[in-house]
Write a protein that binds this ligand. Structure first.
Ligand SMILES: [Zn+2]
Length: 134
C-alpha cells in the first residue's frame, strides 16, 4: 500500500500537465514499513527525451533528488511518469526498463479530463498493481 497526500498527488498531476504534450517524470521518497510506503516528498524532474511516449530523467535532477532524500533520512520509494494520451498502465518499454522490484512505478494518465494515477510493482517482467491511498 502506498500512501500519498492530496498535496503530493496534485504536485505530480500539475507536473504532468505542465509537461504536455510530452511525458513528465519524477521521483518520490518517504518512509517504509513492512506493509506501507508513505510519501513525504515528490521530486519533479526534467524529461530530457522531451517526447510524448517516453522519458529519461535528467541525471543532475536525479542527483539532487537523491541528495535531498539522504539529507532527510528518507528512502527512495519509486518514480512516476505521465501518459499524455494512453491509459495508466505500464507500456512494454516501461516494463522492460523497470529493473527494481522494491520500487513503486506510478503512472498518471491524462488521457481523460480527470487524471488517473496508478502504482505498480514490476518484478521480472510481471506487473502487479499496488493499492494507493490518497
Ligand atoms: Zn510509460
Amino acid at each position: 500500500m502506498l500512501i500519498l497526500s492530496n498535496e503530493h498527488f496534485e504536485q505530480m498531476v500539475a507536473h504532468a500537465r505542465a509537461g504536455l504534450p510530452n511525458e513528465s517524470c519524477g521521483l518520490f521518497a518517504g518512509t517504509i514499513t513492512r506493509e506501507t510506503k508513505t510519501v513525504k516528498a515528490v521530486y519533479c524532474l526534467k524529461n530530457t527525451d522531451a517526447n510524448p511516449e517516453h522519458f529519461s530523467m535528467a541525471p543532475e535532477d536525479q542527483f539532487n533528488a537523491i541528495k535531498d532524500i539522504r539529507k532527510n533520512g528518507w528512502t527512495l520509494l519509486g518514480n512516476f511518469h505521465s501518459h499524455p494520451a494512453s491509459p495508466a498502465r505500464p507500456s512494454e518499454e516501461d516494463i522492460r526498463l523497470a529493473f527494481d522490484p522494491s520500487l513503486s512505478y506510478i503512472i498518471i494518465s491524462l488521457k481523460d479530463p480527470e487524471p488517473v494515477l496508478k502504482s505498480f510493482i514490476i518484478r521480472a517482467g510481471t506487473v502487479a498493481e499496488e493499492p494507493v491511498q490518497v
